[in-house]
Design a protein around this ligand. Structure first.
Ligand SMILES: O=C(O)CCC(=O)C(=O)O
Length: 236
């Protein structure tokens, strides 16, 4: 990497050093816990999933002006929920749009298996890995108003671009695992019921697992589950 690139990345890193992402604030902060188990979120999730989920993660992104975004990824790669998947409740705290780095999703990817990741573009992303966008599918940006909540499952490819505006883009996200889940990655313990108590019924998913790559089989593009997820990252 040449000096110019290093300089640019260091510059882009500064806003996130001043306002780092908060990971798992619900483990020590009651406001964050109350967000994760909010009765309205529970009603929506239970309606969407047909059964009450378990809460396993909260994150707060401040995304100040100039901050990099997050490369395209699938949450299930990290949470590794079996059987089933995870679901996010992503809530905008500020109005968000293309300029301040709103969420970008790839409709049509919600039923895909976990795909193998490649290196992310570190000029635009603080996270190091990115999943490929399947041919024929297009990323769509999702402008939202402060207070809007988006629910999406663990397969949906999503991410966000850098904040090119002079406004913050703050969001809080809760991650949940479906009620029939038996395992989730070790990092996500303790697992909470939606009344705020913990459950011992869920076990850790063994590290590793398979990921898919695209292959051409007689002119038809298929996903082959031949890749290895490898060492699990501590968090996404
Ligand atoms: O809001 C963002 O910038 C990305 C959030 C995200 O990817 C997630 O919560 O999984």
């Amino acid at each position: 990497m040449d000096g110019l690139k290093v300089g640019l990345i260091q510059q882009a890193t500064i806003p996130l050093k001043q306002y780092p992402r908060l990971m798992q604030p619900h483990r020590g902060d009651d406001v964050s816990m109350q967000f994760m188990i909010d009765a309205r979120i529970n009603t929506w999730l239970t309606g969407l999933l047909g059964r009450e989920p378990f809460g396993v993660q909260t994150m707060v992104y401040f995304k100040p002006p100039g901050a990099r975004g997050q490369s395209m990824h699938q949450d299930q790669r990290f949470l590794q929920v079996h059987p089933g998947t995870c679901v996010a409740a992503w809530m905008a705290l500020d109005d968000c749009d293309d300029e301040n780095g709103c969420l970008t999703v790839v409709p049509g990817t919600q039923d895909l298996p976990v795909l193998c990741a490649m290196e992310a573009d570190m000029q635009t992303s603080f996270s190091t890995e990115a999943v490929p966008i399947p041919e024929g599918l297009e990323p769509t940006s999702l402008p939202m108003k402060g207070g809007d909540v988006l629910f999406f499952n663990g397969s949906l490819i999503h991410g966000s671009p850098p904040n090119r505006s002079n406004r913050f883009r703050r969001i809080v996200v809760g991650h949940y695992i479906v009620g029939e889940a038996e395992t989730v990655s070790r990092y996500y313990f303790p697992v909470y019921r939606m009344d705020g108590t913990t459950t011992d019924d869920i076990r850790p998913t063994p590290d590793g697992g398979k990921c898919g790559t695209f292959a051409d089989r007689n002119g038809e593009v298929v996903i082959e589950m031949t890749g290895k997820i490898g060492e699990l990252m501590s968090a996404h």
